[in-house]
Write a protein that binds this ligand. Structure first.
Ligand code: SAM
Length: 216
């Protein structure tokens, strides 16, 4: 995503009411940041927040958190929130590598990974958000029967993500290599910014839903 260097974005975010500052201090107490108590769903690498804003508006019965590494990108989401505030949506500016410092076991109801950065070089594989290293982190924060939903148009990244499931504690519950032509998996689909852009270019969208093998 471009827009990484908007001057002053870090300062603007530091003062913003929709961003949870010092998120590690909320560990185990995330319900307290929302007006109503509800299961918390998390998008990691939320970009400009289009997906989360649509989800939060459509599902007031859930609370939503978005994690984004770059201030300049997050700022775009904050500008949209100011136009149309949502009580069940808040943001965190952080590198998802440290999510286990921020959430306790079982604190998260569902995780969304949408169009995650591919990190094409092999030596960077562990930085990919659906890598086994990240799956271990998700295992530490997701409730026992929680699910992870992953969408991308990048077939190489998707194949890698599917391979990471083999031999792990996770199982694939649903998978498609062409989401927009799969009526069952498409039901209730909310387009992300990248999904809109890449599907308009004719790229098929891959999606999986995974859960733990030992889930009740
Ligand atoms: N999810 C959005 C969508 O589908 O339109 C944005 C996709 S964009 C390709 C990936 C986003 O993930 C970028 O904004 C990037 O900064 C963010 N990101 C990548 N790695 C991250 C990490 N380790 N922690 C937090 N955000 C990350």
């Amino acid at each position: 995503m471009r827009l990484r260097n908007i001057t002053g974005s870090r300062e603007m975010i530091a003062e913003n009411e929709y961003v949870i500052h010092a998120p590690e201090k909320k560990k185990g107490e995330w319900q307290s940041v929302f007006q109503a108590s509800a299961p918390i769903r998390l998008e990691i690498g939320m970009g400009k927040g289009r997906f989360l804003m649509a989800q939060a508006a459509l599902h007031p019965e859930y609370n939503y958190l978005g994690i984004e590494k770059y201030s300049s990108v997050l700022l775009r989401a904050l500008q949209k929130m100011e136009e149309k505030p949502l009580e069940n949506l808040r943001f965190i500016r952080m590198d998802a590598e440290y999510i286990t410092d921020v959430f306790v076991e079982g604190e998260i109801d569902r995780i969304y990974l949408n169009f995650s950065d591919p990190w094409p070089k092999d030596r960077h594989a562990k930085r990919r958000l659906p890598s086994r290293q990240f799956l271990e982190r998700y295992d530490a924060i997701l409730k026992k029967d929680g699910i992870i939903e992953f969408k991308t148009d990048n077939r190489g990244l998707f194949d890698f993500a599917v391979e990471e499931i083999a031999g792990s504690g996770w199982k694939i519950d649903a998978l498609t290599y062409d989401l927009h032509h799969d009526p069952q998996m498409l039901e209730g689909n909310i387009m992300t910014e990248y999904e809109e852009r890449f599907s308009a270019q004719g790229n098929p969208i891959c999606k999986y839903i995974i859960s733990r093998k030992s889930a009740p």
